[in-house]
Write a protein that binds this ligand. Structure first.
Ligand SMILES: [Cu+2]
Length: 171
């Protein structure tokens, strides 16, 4: 399994000059059970076509998220997915889409599948690392959730418990 993971990351590195930014997650890791802002960066369109929609699928372990509204984009947030529609965001520009959520208590890697809609075509960023048969061209952004004890407020100030209410707050 380690070999597969290693070779996939090799392929990603080799392909980097061609496929550049992809859709990436600014935060690479965070403490289990913490409240966290996640920022998804959209580095380019679909084969040169401008982006008109970003849909982020929440992993099963995450029960809710509060997306950040963006001028020029309408927002639809369901329990399992969050969608921004608008733009268009030209291929030559980049933008960020953020949400606020509570991470699960269990450590481990969580993948956020992203569907990018463009004026022409679409791209599904859904490939998971370590799965044989994947091209590696459209990796899903992955967050590494670390055991809370391994981080702690001193090591990661951003991961400290926050007074902001839980995103899954029910009325
Ligand atoms: Cu790319």
């Amino acid at each position: 399994m380690k070999t597969i993971l290693f070779c996939l990351s090799c392929a990603g590195l080799l392909a980097a000059p061609l496929v550049h930014a992809h859709i990436s997650l600014e935060q690479k890791s965070a403490a289990a059970g913490s409240y966290q802002k996640l920022t998804f960066r959209v580095g380019h369109g679909c084969d040169g076509s401008a982006t008109t929609g970003i849909t982020i699928m929440l992993p099963e372990a995450i029960s809710g998220a509060k997306p950040m509204p963006k001028p020029g984009w309408t927002l639809a947030n369901g329990a399992r997915e969050i969608a921004w529609r608008g733009g268009p965001l030209p291929d030559s520009q980049y933008d960020e889409f953020s949400m606020w959520l509570k991470l699960p208590d269990a450590p481990g890697k969580q993948a956020f599948k992203v569907i990018q809609q463009c004026e022409k075509g679409r791209a599904e960023w859904s490939e998971l690392p370590g799965v044989p048969g994947m091209s590696g061209k459209y990796p899903a952004p992955v967050l590494d959730i670390l055991p809370a004890a391994a981080t702690g407020p001193m090591a990661m100030p951003g991961a400290a418990p926050s007074p902001v209410p839980a995103p899954a707050h029910q009325h």
